[in-house]
Design a protein. Sequence first.
Length: 181
Amino acid sequence: MKYIALLRGINAGGQGRVSMSDLKACFEAQGFKNVATKFNSGNLLFESDEKDAARLAVTCESAIAKQFGFHVLCAVFATKDFVSTVEDAPAWWADDTPDSRHDVLFVIPPAKPSEVIKAIGPINEADEKLASYGSVIFWSARNPAYGRSQVVKMFNIPVYEQITLRSSTTTKKLYKAAKEF
């Protein structure tokens, strides 16, 4: 099966520095085939005979910890599931509105989107929108309100440790890569 892994905290803010070639080699050492890294922030496409994405996530996390000496959470999706999730995004998400920011929060099990949304709290619907699909939360906020948004406030609470965030630009590029993989 074909998979996409989204790693939390790789090469972000000077933390978890890993070269993509070393990360690729780490995944290949696990027996994964056709490993390809995307961008410099811990996005990988690969093939595996394993059918359970949760088991793959544990394998990836263990391999990274052993190889690089620090723990990284991984969200792993079958590429077909990733593609269909992005295709089912709400119409308002990433609609290219110039004065808005659009992100995707990939919730890493065992956390659940409902727990993340509860922790985020009520949003100001005039300035931001939020919708969940499976283990993914789509979020948009008008730029002037971004700094006051509930999602930004989430960055300071424990549930933030259970998500990996990608911008709409990165998500769209990953969607294209997953679709072509």
